[in-house]
Design a protein around this ligand. Structure first.
Ligand code: 2P0
Length: 323
């Protein structure tokens, strides 16, 4: 019997965003999404079988707060209710990047956890099944199972699939971390608020479907300019929907706007870089691999920027060891 499993998954940042659910049950997305897994942002999770009769959860060595604990407990109960798992466990997770500030921590967190639990399971789970199970924890986590460039369609029970392996992707991202980014309304609550109250929600969903089809076509042609243009426009359309939500979901701060404006200026001066922003104030800048150093250097000079992390494409989730 397996006693302990260590698994790892990389966070992903979406080029085409997931914002909106068909139904909250099972995290069925209302928008199809495309993402890039990033080598410098990852979660490592150690799951140990315990005889205590209760599950325990730790994040970066501290017990998790109640909301996270309830969510994780529900997640393990789901695995047990599907007869995929039995027994009780302690889960120790560590992120090498800030948690809960719009930096994709739930994508790598639930992907690493699902990968570890999969190793404990009596059932042999393939990558697609694992992606579905990761999605039950957090929608974006489905995409960190295949990693690299992943597509996550809208369907009755979707999983994410890999479009290209990391070595075939000629671009990466600079994650621009801004000072004092506050923890904002979480994605699950935010998406539901947008669905219920944003006058632009329907238009956003329709646009996301178009952007998804269009980006698939230009990825095939390896047309970086078009990939970048669709990526930036898609993120801004999502934020328009968020900002129009009542009460408004304004995830940006002044520095976010400065970075978006700078990217436009750099582009006009010949450095091809495109901005994308999640449910937080930080910005991810998409650029060709050869340009990442230059982009990071420039980004660090913007006032209010804490750091700029150069990220290359990463692979999928994996079990590192077990005993
Ligand atoms: C994305 N986000 O595609 C978008 C962009 C946030 C903005 O996926 O409710 O934390 O757990 O399924 O996965 C964040 O969504 O939400 C997200 P749940 P999740 O990356």
């Amino acid at each position: 019997m397996i006693h302990r499993v260590v698994a790892c998954a990389h966070a992903n940042i979406a080029l085409i965003k997931y914002w909106g659910k068909q139904t909250a049950l099972g995290n069925l997305p209302a928008t199809p999404s495309i993402s890039l897994a990033l080598d410098k942002l990852y979660t490592e999770t150690i799951v140990t079988r315990e005889e205590k009769g209760v599950d325990e959860f730790f994040l970066n060595d501290s017990p998790v707060e109640k909301t996270t604990k309830d969510r994780l407990l529900k997640y393990l109960n789901f695995w047990r209710s599907e007869s995929l798992l039995d027994g009780t466990f302690s889960v120790h997770s560590s992120n090498n990047f800030p948690t809960g500030a719009g930096l994709a921590s739930s994508s790598s967190g639930f992907a690493a956890l699902a990968t570890a639990l999969g190793k404990f399971s009596n059932k042999k789970l393939n990558r697609s099944e694992l992606s579905v199970l990761a999605r039950r924890g957090s929608g974006s986590a489905a995409r960190s199972i295949p990693g690299a460039l992943a597509a996550f369609p809208v369907s009755a029970n979707p999983s994410a699939r890999r479009l290209l392996p990391p070595e075939k992707i000629s671009w990466g991202m600079v994650i621009v971390v801004v000072n004092n980014a506050e923890k904002e309304t979480g994605s699950s609550i935010g998406m539901e608020l947008s669905r219920k109250t944003s006058p632009y929600y329907k238009s956003w969903i329709a646009q996301a479907h178009k952007d998804y089809q269009n980006i698939l076509a230009v990825i095939k042609k390896d047309d970086f300019t078009k990939v970048g243009e669709i990526t930036e426009a898609n993120a801004l359309a999502m934020h328009a929907c968020m900002i129009a939500t009542r009460p408004a979901l304004v995830y940006w701060n002044g520095v976010t706007v400065d970075i978006i404006r700078s990217a436009k200026q750099w582009r006009e001066n010949g450095l091809e870089v495109y901005a994308t922003i999640d449910a937080g104030a930080h910005v991810a800048l998409l650029a060709r691999l050869d340009d990442l150093n230059k982009v990071a250097k420039k980004a660090k000079k913007i006032e209010g920027v804490e750091k700029a992390v150069i990220c290359k494409p990463a692979g999928g989730s994996r079990v590192i060891k077990w005993e």
